[in-house]
Write a protein that binds this ligand. Structure first.
Ligand SMILES: [Zn+2]
Ligand SMILES: [Zn+2]
Length: 445
C-alpha cells in the first residue's frame, strides 16, 4: 500500500512538473530583462517626464477626460497599438499583437479630483471644470497622472523589446475611477466582448510610501466602499425663534458625532471599518433655520459582516436623532461603490518573485490591505486574474524627517500630495514591464 502510494505520488509529481513547465511562460531572466528595460527607459525618460507634467497641469474629472484620452490615444497609435476611443464614454482600449501567447491587460485611470492644488510646483494645475453644476478647481491629487506616464512608458518599453516576448498587450485607460463607475462603464460597453477577455490583468497605484519601493500582497488589497447620503428634514424658520422650528442642522450636527459610536462601540474593534462625513449642506443665511440638512459620507470595510453592521448602525443613529427632535424619519441612502480588490494568489506569487529579485529590499510584502477603494475590482469580478500593486512616490529622506518631527505626510487626495516624478515613474515602468514579460513566453526563435 505504502509502495503504491509513493509510486502514485512520484507519478503525480512528475506530471505536476510537466504541467508546470507547460503552463509557466518561462523563467524570466530578471536581471537581464531589468537591464534591457533600464536601457530603453534611459532613452525615453525625458519624453515620459514631459508627458507626466503635461497631464498633471491639464487634469480632467471623471467622464470628462476628453483631452487626456486624446493625448494617450496619440501616444499609443504612434507606438503601433490599435486604439479604440470612447469605450465607456471616454475610455481607451489599445491592442498590440506580437505573436502567439496570452492576452495581458494593463490598466490606467484617466481622471482627477475636484479640489484645488496647493503644492506650488511649477507644473501645478490651475484647471477648472464643472462638478455638480459648479465651476470647480481640478487636481491630479490621486496620482493617476503618474499611472498614465507609467502606462505609456511600459507600452514604449515592451514594444521596443518585442523581440523578447510573445503575446498580445491590451492596454486600457479607464475613466471615472474616483467616482466609481468607469470600470463598469467600460464593461457595459463591451470591453470583454468586443475585445478579447484578457488572461491576466495588472494595475498599480502610487501612494505616500518611499519612492523606489514597490509593495504588494495576495488576497484582499483594498476596501469595500459605500456612499452615504442622509437627509434630515425639519421645519424652517427665523433663527431668533427656534422654538417655532424643528432644526435639521442640530440633527445633522449630533449625527456627525454620534455615528462614530457605531465604529467605537458596535463594530468589532479588531476589524477595519470607517465612516467619514465629507460634505455638509444646509441653508444659506446665518439667521434662517433651513428645512433640510444633507450629509454625504463614505463607509469603508474589508468584510461584509462589518459592512452590514455599520450600515445598520448608521440608519439607527439617524432615525434616533430625528426622533429625539420630533422630526419625521430621515432619508438614509447607501449606494454601493467600489468592491474590494482581491489579488490572484498564483499570479501574485509569480509576480512577487520577480519584483523581489529585481528590487530586493525595496520590494515589500504588505501586511494589511489598503483602506482606500478601487473599482479595478470590477475587472476581477468579471473574471480576470489580476495583480494590483503599490508604488511609493515620496522622497525617503523627507519621509524620515516628517516621521522624526511627528508631522503628517500629504498622501493621496491631499491638495499637497506631490509624488516625485523621477524615480517614481521609472520604478513603475520597470516593475510593470517585468511582471508583464514574466507571464509572456519568449518570442519564437
Ligand atoms: Zn483617489
Ligand atoms: Zn486613485
Amino acid at each position: 500500500m505504502a509502495g503504491f502510494a509513493s509510486k502514485k505520488s512520484a507519478l503525480a509529481s512528475a506530471l505536476g512538473l510537466a504541467l508546470m513547465s507547460a503552463g509557466a511562460a518561462r523563467a524570466l531572466n530578471v536581471p537581464a530583462a531589468k537591464a534591457a528595460i533600464d536601457q530603453k527607459l534611459d532613452q525615453q525618460y525625458p519624453r515620459l517626464d514631459a508627458l507626466y507634467k503635461d497631464i498633471h497641469s491639464h487634469p480632467e474629472l471623471g467622464f470628462q477626460e476628453a483631452r487626456t484620452a486624446r493625448v494617450l490615444a496619440a501616444q499609443m497609435r504612434a507606438l503601433g497599438f490599435e486604439v479604440t476611443e470612447g469605450v465607456g464614454k471616454t475610455g481607451l482600449v489599445a491592442i498590440y499583437r506580437n505573436g502567439p501567447g496570452p492576452t495581458v491587460m494593463v490598466r490606467t485611470e484617466l481622471d482627477a479630483l475636484p479640489l484645488e492644488e496647493k503644492t506650488g510646483l511649477p507644473y501645478a494645475s490651475h484647471a477648472t471644470q464643472v462638478w455638480r453644476g459648479k465651476e470647480t478647481p481640478v487636481d491630479h491629487a490621486c496620482g493617476h497622472d503618474i499611472h498614465m506616464a507609467v502606462w505609456v512608458g511600459v507600452a514604449r518599453t515592451l514594444t521596443a523589446l518585442k523581440g523578447q516576448w510573445s503575446g498580445t498587450l491590451m492596454f486600457i485607460a479607464q475613466p471615472a475611477e474616483e467616482t466609481v463607475g468607469g470600470a463598469q462603464a467600460m464593461l457595459n460597453d463591451g470591453l470583454f466582448t468586443r475585445f478579447k477577455k484578457p488572461d491576466y490583468g495588472f494595475a498599480l497605484h502610487v501612494g505616500p510610501g518611499p519612492f523606489g519601493q514597490v509593495a504588494y500582497r495576495s488576497g484582499v488589497v483594498s476596501s469595500n466602499s459605500d456612499d452615504l447620503e442622509v437627509t434630515f428634514t425639519g421645519k424652517g424658520g427665523h433663527g431668533s425663534m427656534p422654538n417655532l422650528t424643528i432644526d435639521p442642522v442640530m440633527m445633522a450636527g449630533r449625527f456627525i458625532v454620534d455615528v462614530q459610536d457605531v465604529i467605537s462601540r458596535e463594530k468589532d474593534p479588531s476589524r477595519f471599518g470607517v465612516i467619514s462625513i465629507g460634505s455638509v449642506q444646509a441653508g444659506a443665511a446665518g439667521n434662517v433655520i433651513p428645512d433640510t440638512a444633507l450629509l454625504r459620507g463614505t463607509i469603508r470595510s474589508f468584510d461584509p459582516e462589518v459592512r452590514s453592521r455599520m450600515i445598520d448602525g448608521i440608519g439607527r443613529t439617524a432615525r434616533a436623532e430625528a426622533a429625539m427632535a420630533g422630526a419625521p424619519e430621515p432619508k438614509v441612502e447607501v449606494s454601493p461603490g467600489g468592491k474590494a480588490v482581491i489579488n490572484d494568489q498564483g499570479l501574485t506569487e509569480r509576480s512577487a518573485a520577480v519584483l523581489k529579485t529585481a528590487f530586493a529590499g525595496k520590494a515589500a510584502l504588505l501586511s494589511d490591505p489598503n483602506p482606500a477603494s478601487e473599482d479595478y475590482s470590477e475587472f476581477i469580478i468579471a473574471g480576470v486574474p489580476s495583480f494590483f500593486f503599490s508604488l511609493g512616490g515620496l522622497d525617503p529622506d523627507a519621509l524620515a524627517k516628517a516621521k522624526a518631527a511627528h508631522a503628517l505626510v500629504a498622501a493621496n487626495h491631499s491638495p499637497y500630495f506631490a509624488p516625485v516624478p523621477e524615480p517614481t515613474i521609472r520604478t513603475g515602468v520597470e516593475a510593470m514591464s517585468l511582471v508583464v514579460m514574466n507571464v509572456m513566453p519568449p518570442a519564437p526563435a
